[in-house]
Design a protein around this ligand. Structure first.
Ligand code: SD4
Length: 311
């Protein structure tokens, strides 16, 4: 069915994020404001999966990636950003206040501080500290002391299945259409837990973790970022919608492409795409069972949808 305004976002944390986005949309606000304010909720929640409360890289530091895109194809992005609570808002400032699209690391942090964002402590949340300590035991990775050891465990902990069958995850991607029919999107993440220091995923990359084309639709991604980047995932989804595919079928085709490339290894990973089109139709698809997304298009309509899957 066709809906306007509408906002959708990845995983179950999307419910709370959608509520904040909906407040903007229901009052006739801009999709861009909605997708920023929506994911800020998730960035703020300590001991959750996104933002400074999330799992660190393997050297013990939380490093954040985010990007945002509006209806004019303006875009902004930050990556490998440390000690800043709201990377999505820094990404928006990059978009609005600089001639650039992407700032990373120290430079991104410097820009954030200059823009008035507080520099937080480099301190892990209780949950993150626990899981990091656990990870250190098993990984045998000894930071600094013995760099050779790092060869043993270059792999980040990819999204893995939890005991209850869910996937652990650390990202929120959101796309929305406002009452004027304009589209925007946002994506923010702590990236894969225990990743190599300096590693970026798809989430801060326009065309990989997020893409918006105001003539066609918008899409965002979650899961193993390397494999989303490999196929320019969300750009692909939007281009498939341009060719006439529904949001769901466009997401499905992109997932199929990853599976084709990965072969037998596809079983080991998770990737999910969600998308909306200009008519307000929505859909999502993932590699395997366990991915869900939140859809909101009315005061009393904000619900989770299980992503259809292929394997
Ligand atoms: C990344 N795509 O950094 C992110 C991770 C993710 O749920 O989505 N986790 O590769």
């Amino acid at each position: 069915a066709s809906r306007k305004p509408i906002v959708i976002s990845t995983w179950d944390a999307g419910i709370e994020a959608n509520k904040a986005a909906w407040k903007v949309l229901r009052n006739g606000g801009r999709a861009l404001d909605a997708v920023e304010q929506g994911v800020m909720v998730t960035e703020s929640s300590l001991n959750c999966c996104v933002g400074l409360g999330a799992n660190p890289d393997r050297d013990g530091h939380v490093t954040l990636d985010a990007c945002i895109m509006d209806e004019h194809a303006n875009c902004g992005s930050v990556a490998f950003l440390e000690r800043i609570k709201h990377p999505i808002s820094v990404a928006r400032r990059v978009m609005e206040k600089t001639p650039h699209v992407m700032l990373v690391g120290e430079g991104a942090q410097q820009f954030a501080v200059a823009e008035g964002f507080p520099l937080e402590l480099d301190k892990l949340s209780d949950d993150a500290k626990k899981s990091y300590e656990n990870w250190l035991k098993k990984s045998e990775y000894k930071p600094v002391i013995n760099i050779e050891n790092s060869k043993k465990s270059t792999a980040a902990v990819v999204p893995t299945r939890l005991e209850n069958g869910d996937w652990n995850h650390d990202t929120i991607g959101m796309v929305a259409m406002d009452a004027q029919g304009n589209l925007s999107g946002s994506c923010t993440t702590s990236g894969m837990a225990f990743k190599m220091r300096g590693r970026l995923g798809d989430s801060p990359i326009i065309g990989a973790g997020l893409y918006v084309d105001n003539e066609v639709g918008a899409a965002t991604a979650t899961g193993q970022g390397e494999d989303v980047i490999r196929i320019c995932g969300t750009h692909l989804v939007v281009e498939l919608m341009r060719q006439g595919l529904s949001p769901e079928n466009a997401c499905k085709k992109a997932v199929e492409r990853i599976i084709r490339i990965k072969g037998a290894k596809a079983k080991e990973i998770q990737v999910g795409f969600i998308a909306i089109n200009k008519r307000g139709e929505y859909g999502g698809y993932c590699i395997q069972k366990g991915f869900n997304f939140a859809v909101c298009y009315a005061d009393d309509k904000n619900f989770l949808v299980d992503g259809k899957y292929i394997l």
